[in-house]
Design a protein around this ligand. Structure first.
Ligand code: BT5
Length: 321
């Protein structure tokens, strides 16, 4: 019922909708409508109530409405089942719980307005306030684990391609899967999988995108190297449109990868990598390598020429020197 009221307010963006109309359309009393409105406000929605006029929703860009997202989807699999949560610890954890209970189908997407315990790679944390897109995609690509892991690079390309629609600057990638605009991180990807080496049982792809956070929202001191679509484009973006665009691109690249393999996407990956050809430092497994990043190969590995030999790395954190 609460979602129905929210949807009606969103459909009349910027206009007042009377309590009477909301009550009639939902089949409940006006007092019950008022109670739902109060609950929505407590969830963080900005709803203005003026006596004699009704209710009006503000700050529409930050409201996720599954029906609006679905309207903009051109996918067959990804996002056809969307589950929206107000607040969770981590959407990857919710996805894991759903899989444990056998309640998650292929292509299911779990989104949260905010996360209290958003996770990055290697135990790092991920800031996830209201205004960003925090979601996890469940899939079963039916590939061996090493091939499945390549999807983190594939998805970095898909997210970059999608975000390019909302900014003028190029959207670039830092290997293996960080998405950057003007050398600042706008999105991150965390892949979690389970299964046998020969075949992954399932894959949870957690994707976090900074959309409508400003410098303060990004916690300017804490995240000096972060940016958002709002900062880069100078305007707020509609979360529903951004998510739909991202899901459409994820499916496009996912299917291309399943049909043609990683080589079909590698050229675009390399084009978007701003550290290719540069001197870099890579930290992985408590070791540090330094040298020129000469290539990224068909297995998604990073090649660096250290001066003594060519090192081939499968994981690590890059800093450009
Ligand atoms: C990542 O880790 O970049 C993966 C982030 C994945 C987040 C999504 S949100 C939905 C799903 N549910 C989850 O719980 N997670 C996924 P990593 O490469 O380890 O980067 C983490 C580092 O990025 C942190 O140590 C910070 O320095 C920085 N960071 C944290 N929050 C950020 C933000 N919102 N924007 C940019 N940088 C951030």
């Amino acid at each position: 019922m609460r979602r129905q009221i929210l949807k009606e307010l969103c459909m009349h963006q910027g206009q007042f909708v009377s309590g009477k109309q909301l009550a009639e359309h939902s089949g409940i009393s006006r007092v019950a409508v008022w109670k739902h409105i109060e609950a929505l406000k407590a969830e963080g929605y900005y709803i203005q109530g003026v006596s004699g006029r009704g209710y009006r929703i503000e700050d529409l860009p930050n409201i996720l409405i599954p029906e609006i997202i679905e309207k903009n989807l051109s996918t067959r699999i990804i996002g056809r089942k969307l589950q929206l949560f107000i607040e969770v610890d981590s959407t990857n954890q919710v996805a894991r719980n759903l899989l444990r209970d056998n309640r998650a189908g292929e292509g299911a997407v779990i989104i949260a307005r905010q996360q209290t315990g958003g996770r990055g790679r290697r135990g790092r944390s991920w800031e996830s306030p209201v205004g960003g897109l925090w979601f996890s995609l469940i899939s079963r690509p039916g590939l061996a684990l090493p091939e499945t892991a390549l999807l983190s690079l594939v998805f970095a390309v898909a997210v970059s391609r999608a975000l390019e629609k909302f900014v003028v600057s190029p959207v670039q990638i830092k290997w293996p899967n960080d998405v950057f605009i003007n050398r600042k991180k706008v999105a991150g990807i965390l892949l979690e999988m389970s299964g046998e080496l020969e075949q992954a049982e399932y894959l949870i792809s957690g994707i976090g995108i900074n959309v409508n956070q400003n410098m303060i929202g990004l916690g300017s001191n804490k995240l000096k190297m972060a940016t958002s679509l709002q900062i880069e484009s100078g305007q707020q973006q509609d979360l529903n449109s951004v998510l739909a665009e991202v899901l459409n691109r994820l499916e496009q690249y996912y299917l291309c990868f399943l049909d043609n393999g990683f080589p079909s996407i590698l050229a675009e990956f390399k084009d978007r990598c701003w550290h290719l050809g540069q001197n870099i430092k890579v930290e992985a497994n408590n070791r540090v390598w330094q040298g020129r990043n000469i290539d990224i190969d068909e297995s998604g590995s990073l090649l660096i020429d250290t001066g003594q030999k060519i090192e081939r790395l499968t994981t690590g954190d890059i800093a450009v020197l």
